[in-house]
Design a protein around this ligand. Structure first.
Ligand code: ATP
Ligand code: MG
Length: 294
């Protein structure tokens, strides 16, 4: 039994941890960067939690009082769906910004559930963008040019988060050229680190040739099951290799997190008290405090 007379089981321990996290988050003051920050969420490995992390960190930061822009740069449009955005073909979108010469301000939609969050949706049009971009002048800078123009006119923006497709093609390249920092989600599973060296050397090459300020600022461990040895071993390995970048908070595997998108919601709006929602709010708080210190 605990001091409160609650049976001492793993579930009751989890409930108590969640209660403590909720109280901490209610009192917490989110940090705010001194100037707008652009953060790209990238990993060419599929299904590691890029979109889930982009969406939930964005919502948590906006609920923490920051002005947040999400750019959905994946033709799958998963971030757009999860944030309740219209993104049927023909909807003004990231494609029009990169290829069609529209300004970012023209395509942004406010997120209905979350004040302070606006989204550039992705439509299926973006799937042809890789080929269409090849012959365009400044093809690596299409998103960067659009973002520079937008941020020079909208100085109240605190952070722009870009959700990338699972590839290192021209769209991801555009996102990495347009950004200051990269957040890499890593799923705590057997092949977790496979492909990471390729991503790392791509980022190094871009920072040498195209975007000197680019760096990996954050690594986020996702879909963890800390009861398993494998999950713990992967976490330990990532922390050993990347002690500064790896965020303290780990995202647990949680059914609520995977259910939320089918309701056009983040897990934070869908089930704010769930373990997954609390974990993403803690990650956002950590990120906001790092940004405020930079
Ligand atoms: P892609 O490479 O296809 O863009 P991704 O890296 O964006 O994928 P997500 O779409 O965020 O990855 O997640 C992959 C799948 O795992 C989704 O079905 C998502 O709902 C689920 N998922 C993500 N995070 C969690 C979690 N913490 N617990 C349970 N399921 C999760
Ligand atoms: Mg995705």
């Amino acid at each position: 039994m605990t001091e409160q007379g609650i049976p001492d089981t793993p579930l009751s321990a989890q409930i108590q941890r969640n209660m403590a996290d909720r109280q901490m988050l209610e009192r917490a003051v989110f940090g705010r960067p001194a100037r707008p920050v652009v953060m790209t969420v990238a990993n060419q490995k599929g299904g590691v939690g890029k979109t889930t992390s982009t969406v939930n960190i964005a919502v948590a930061l906006a609920m923490g009082g920051l002005h947040v822009v999400v750019i959905d740069a994946d033709a799958q449009g998963n971030a757009s769906s999860a944030l309740g955005m219209r993104h049927e073909p023909g909807t003004p979108s990231t494609y029009d910004v990169m290829i069609g010469g529209q300004s970012l301000a023209e395509v942004l939609q406010p997120c209905p559930d979350v004040p302070g969050l606006v989204v550039s949706p992705a439509t299926i049009d973006l799937s042809g963008a890789e080929i269409e971009m090849v012959d365009l002048p400044r093809r690596e800078y299409l998103l960067s040019d659009a973002l520079s123009e937008f941020l020079s006119l909208h100085r109240d923006v605190d952070i722009v988060l870009i959700d990338c497709p699972p590839s290192l093609g021209l769209v991801t390249l555009n996102a990495l050229v347009a950004t200051d920092q990269v957040l890499i989600p890593i799923q705590t599973e057997y092949y977790a680190l496979e492909g990471l060296s390729q991503l790392w050397s791509t980022i190094r090459r871009i920072s040498q040739d195209l975007n000197p300020g680019l760096h990996v600022s954050s690594i986020l461990l996702t879909m963890a099951d800390r009861r398993t040895n494998l999950s713990q071993e992967v976490e330990q390995e990532v922390r050993t290799h990347f002690p500064e970048q790896t965020l303290e908070t780990v995202i647990p595997r949680s059914v609520r997190v995977s259910e939320a998108p089918s309701y056009g919601q983040s897990v934070i709006t869908y089930d704010p008290r769930s373990t997954g929602a609390l974990a993403y709010r803690k990650v956002a708080l950590e990120i906001s405090r790092r940004l405020a210190q930079d």
